[in-house]
Design a protein around this ligand. Structure first.
Ligand SMILES: NC(=O)C1=CN([C@@H]2O[C@H](COP(=O)(O)OP(=O)(O)OC[C@H]3O[C@@H](n4cnc5c(N)ncnc54)[C@H](OP(=O)(O)O)[C@@H]3O)[C@@H](O)[C@H]2O)C=CC1
Ligand SMILES: CC(C)(CO)C(=O)C(=O)O
Length: 306
């Protein structure tokens, strides 16, 4: 399978490099500044144990992008999604699978509308990586997992073939029949963790050990779970156990990519990760006062940087 990874950042760069190392045929669609860095040094990965890897990669920019890809992996931030969709258009043929790894859900509707459900897979990435100012991708915690599956019963490419391409051996790769449930489970988890840590400006263990902290985290999970349930995707036992474990943890230094962006002064994915949950709650008649507060805070931050 010929693979195009769109965005060589924390997620696309990390998993894309692993695919290259496993011998897959991978190009990266990047913007000019990133292309120059990649041509100079390749993808630079700094591991959680301090080890550095330089992985030579093939980088293309939008003006030189052609057809012929079997699988397009989207790994851009939500605020870059619309532009990336335009840039990637020449690479998506009638039999090309489009697999996004963005957090949240809104991009799924946009992809189905643009390409039709048969070409779209749902994808969840679990990884703790950050794109640093020097272009290196730094692993800040051990967690490498991809979960993906077709959205329709008649996908343009056999799930087994997509799985064979993505199962690079160096991270956990799971083919699922229920990608939308996986996306909702991840959203409940990530939106809660992201909103709690961003609003409180602290890792989740510090939030939970502050006065009223566990009640706050628990209240946020309850809101997210209520929205997911009303939307028809109630979290299963594993997802609920994971939520309970997070609420109980008073020592974890875990944060999220949104917290990283906030504390670095970068744009944040507030609309996609938090605002969309509030909007869906409103449509479904589920009150989300804590998420609404977080959304106001994150929107004020975004307005302050504009
Ligand atoms: N980081 C993490 O730990 C995790 C993140 N996620 C989710 O994955 C998604 C991607 O996040 P992440 O990898 O962290 O983001 P990053 O900002 O690290 O990387 C995104 C990359 O996309 C590139 N990009 C944006 N637009 C285009 C375009 N039109 N063409 C080519 N490249 C483009 C950016 O390029 P440039 O360098 O030129 O700006 C950047 O390098 C988000 O939705 C995030 O929530 C999911 C799981 C974990
Ligand atoms: C779940 C987590 C924290 C790592 O995959 C994440 O998705 C993020 O930081 O955006």
């Amino acid at each position: 399978m010929k693979i195009l990874v769109v965005g060589a950042g924390a997620v696309g760069g990390y998993f894309g490099a692993r695919l290259v190392q496993a011998g897959r045929d991978v190009d990266f669609l990047v913007r000019p500044a990133r292309a120059e860095l990649l041509r100079d040094r390749g993808l630079v990965l700094r591991g959680v144990d301090g080890g550095v890897e330089e992985v030579p990669v093939s980088a293309v920019t939008a003006d030189g992008l052609g057809a012929g890809y079997d699988l397009v992996v989207l790994a851009v931030k939500s605020y870059g999604f619309e532009a990336a969709l335009k840039d990637v258009a020449p690479a998506v043929g009638p039999d090309t699978v489009v697999l996004p790894f963005l957090n949240g859900m809104r991009h799924i509707d946009a992809l189905v509308e643009r390409f039709g459900a048969d070409r779209v897979y749902g994808g969840v990435a679990m990884v703790m990586t950050r794109l640093e100012a020097d272009g290196a991708i730094v692993e800040v915690g051990r967690m490498g997992r991809l979960i993906y599956g077709p959205l329709s019963d008649s996908p343009v490419a056999a799930p087994a073939d997509v799985h064979a391409a993505l199962d690079a051996g160096s991270y956990s790769a799971t083919l699922t029949r229920a990608p939308l449930q996986e996306l909702w489970d991840k959203w409940v988890f990530l939106a809660t963790l992201g909103a709690c840590t961003c609003l409180m400006r602290a890792p989740i263990g510090a939030v939970n050990s502050a006065p009223g902290g566990q009640e706050f985290t628990s209240g946020m999970f309850a809101e997210a779970i209520a929205v997911a349930t009303a939307a028809g995707y109630p979290p299963g036992r594993d997802a609920r156990d994971r939520a309970d474990a997070i609420i109980a943890d008073t020592t974890a230094t875990t944060t999220t990519s949104m917290y990283w962006d906030l504390t670095q002064g970068n744009p944040v994915e507030a609309d996609q990760i938090v605002g969309d949950l509030v909007a869906r709650g409103r449509e479904l008649g589920v009150p989300t006062p804590l998420f609404s507060l977080a959304y106001t805070a994150l929107s004020a931050y975004a307005a302050g940087r504009a």
